[in-house]
Design a protein around this ligand. Structure first.
Ligand code: SF4
Ligand code: SF3
Length: 542
């Protein structure tokens, strides 16, 4: 039956994956994910048409977030767990439908399936290509991808006990709108901006959740070498999973290292007290194939980005939790209190050799809003004196494509009176270069994970106020952002909502933008792709 997915930057041929994902996603997984999304749209149709009180839908809200998260690139490759989730969501949907009578509901709210075959047959009729008009399809998908990113951040905040009812309600509203054939392209452009508005809300929510629970990130030097103890590597973005793992490994002789997007955990005061929290091992997600070989201990995935392991030996060391999954890897479920038992991972670690060092030294980070605002006087002084000419926001994602070498070269070639503001795994393209500092301010300021792009927006808004400007675009800040998966989509939409113009997006523009939708983004927001490093630097500094 084939598949069609174009949700990430590595979509095959810049158009879409049709046989198997470049990410490794198989045809059944892709199609089951389409059906899961369709089921969520059906639930949303019921919630919206039935005017249901979202604040009373606790379990449904949680399962909707979890389902959206599960379809993010590199989160879940396990067809069995996606099938299970579809069945769960259909049961929730059918229960909810009982409270709505006398309203005509969409097929998504009523369809039935009774086997894997019938699921796949249904999936073939509801995927991305089931919307004929390419502009409507493009906008519907962009909104859906933004919602996936939003759901991921909402889920992390929820794990810390923080929710925003407006965000939950918006997810239903927007999902339901993607079923509504009466909406015009203009309506959907407006809804896209509204998605960005709620993107700001969800990132603020997660920031509040993280900082209230773990403290404000502070300037921190993170060791990138290794010690001589057995160890567990933890990847993904969920800080509550990390906290539980650190608690459970205390006194066991097992160290914990971060990988990729978990690096910024070191910046939080709450984690500094764990003596076995040893450092960061390796680089961005796509380097995991080689880095997991040399790590030698167990690996825990709390969220994306998981790459299908090449060897059986490594696969046996991989554990998943939350929305992640991979066939044959042990999945750790939370109990009803959210507690996860990681003892199996800890016991395995004890039987395995310590990691082989691949680097030595340290990297510095922790420049989230609270820390940077504490340095405001110094920063403002450096700008006024001309010591800092311009800031470059280079937040976002990293990825496999060779064209991403652009970002390393760009960072290297930027003049020495410029500062890079970063967040997300994009940083690994330049965070180990020796770019020096300006009057004690490092030239690469890492705010944290991709959601901490919110910090960069807070910093920009503060600078706008300090300099008495009426427009964020008058600040000496340029945006040269790298994207890969759907969290970057919500970050981008949030920046657009905040009024940021002339963002350069690379290494390629999304395949899901139709020519007309791309034109709107160019004309309304000045969005552009990337060119050569030299021409772009010249353009940015002009
Ligand atoms: Fe292809 Fe990306 Fe979709 Fe994977 S997530 S199937 S690489 S477009
Ligand atoms: Fe990276 Fe997947 Fe996007 Fe959170 S871990 S930024 S790509």
């Amino acid at each position: 039956m084939g598949m069609f997915c174009y949700q990430c930057q590595e979509a095959a041929g810049g158009k879409g994956c049709t046989l198997r994902g470049v990410c490794g996603k198989t045809e059944p997984v892709s199609n089951l994910q389409d059906l899961l999304i369709y089921t969520l749209k059906g639930i949303s149709d019921i919630v919206v048409k039935g005017n249901l009180d979202v604040s009373k839908l606790g379990r449904t809200n949680h399962e909707v977030l979890n389902s959206l998260f599960l379809t993010i690139t590199n989160a879940n490759f396990d067809d069995a767990s996606i099938e299970k989730q579809i069945n769960k969501m259909i049961a929730i949907r059918d229960e909810l439908r009982k409270s709505v009578t006398g309203t005509e509901l969409h097929d998504a709210a009523t369809f039935t399936v009774d086997s894997r075959e019938s699921m796949l047959a249904k999936a073939a009729t509801v995927g991305v290509l089931s919307t004929d008009n390419e502009d409507v399809r493009s906008l519907r998908e962009m909104i859906t991808y933004g919602l996936k990113g939003m759901a991921a951040y909402a889920e992390h905040a929820r794990n810390i006990g923080k929710e925003n009812p407006e965000v939950n309600a918006f997810i239903y509203e927007a999902l339901a709108a993607t079923l509504d054939d009466s909406l015009t392209a203009d309506d959907l452009v407006a809804l896209t901006l509204k998605t960005g508005e709620h993107g700001v809300k969800v990132m603020a929510l997660l920031d509040e959740a993280n900082t209230s629970r773990f403290g404000n990130p502070e300037i921190t030097e993170v060791n990138i070498g290794v010690r001589n103890n057995p160890a567990i590597l933890v990847s993904g973005h969920d800080l509550t999973d990390l906290e539980q793992l650190l608690k459970q490994t205390q006194g066991t002789g097992v160290d914990v290292y971060t990988h990729s997007e978990m690096l910024p955990a070191h910046y939080y005061p709450a984690f500094k007290k764990y003596e076995n929290f040893a450092g960061n091992y390796g680089n961005a997600w796509w380097k995991q194939i080689e880095e997991f070989e040399s790590f030698r201990g167990p690996i825990l995935f709390t969220t994306n980005c998981l790459v299908p392991p090449k060897s059986e030996e490594v696969r046996k060391r991989i554990f998943t939790t939350g929305s992640t999954g991979y066939p044959g890897c042990r999945h750790i479920e939370a109990d009803e209190n959210g507690r996860k038992d990681f003892s199996e991972i800890i016991e395995l670690a004890k039987r395995l050799p310590p990691p082989i060092g691949i680097e030595t030294g340290s990297i510095i980070g922790g420049f989230a809003h609270n820390q940077v605002l504490a340095l405001t006087d110094k920063v403002v002084e450096a700008v006024k004196s001309g010591a800092i000419r311009k800031f470059f926001v280079m937040a976002g994602c990293d990825g496999r494509m060779k064209s991403r070498e652009y970002y390393t070269e760009f960072a290297e070639k930027l003049p020495s009176d410029t500062v890079i503001l970063t967040a997300g795994c994009a940083k690994y393209r330049y965070n180990k270069l020796n770019l020096g500092d300006i009057n004690g301010i490092p030239r690469v300021l890492d705010a944290g994970q991709c959601n901490d792009s919110y910090s960069l927006a807070v910093i920009a808004l503060k600078l706008k106020e300090v300099f008495g400007l009426d427009d964020i675009n008058k600040l000496p800040i340029a945006f040269n952002i790298a994207w890969y998966e759907q969290k970057a989509v919500i970050v981008l939409l949030a920046l657009l909502y905040l009024g940021v113009k002339n963002i350069h997006l690379g290494p390629t523009l999304p395949s899901f933008l139709s020519p007309n939708v791309a034109k709107v983004l160019v004309e309304k927001f000045g969005i552009a792709g990337i060119g050569t490093v030299d021409s772009d630097i010249e353009l940015f500094l002009a």
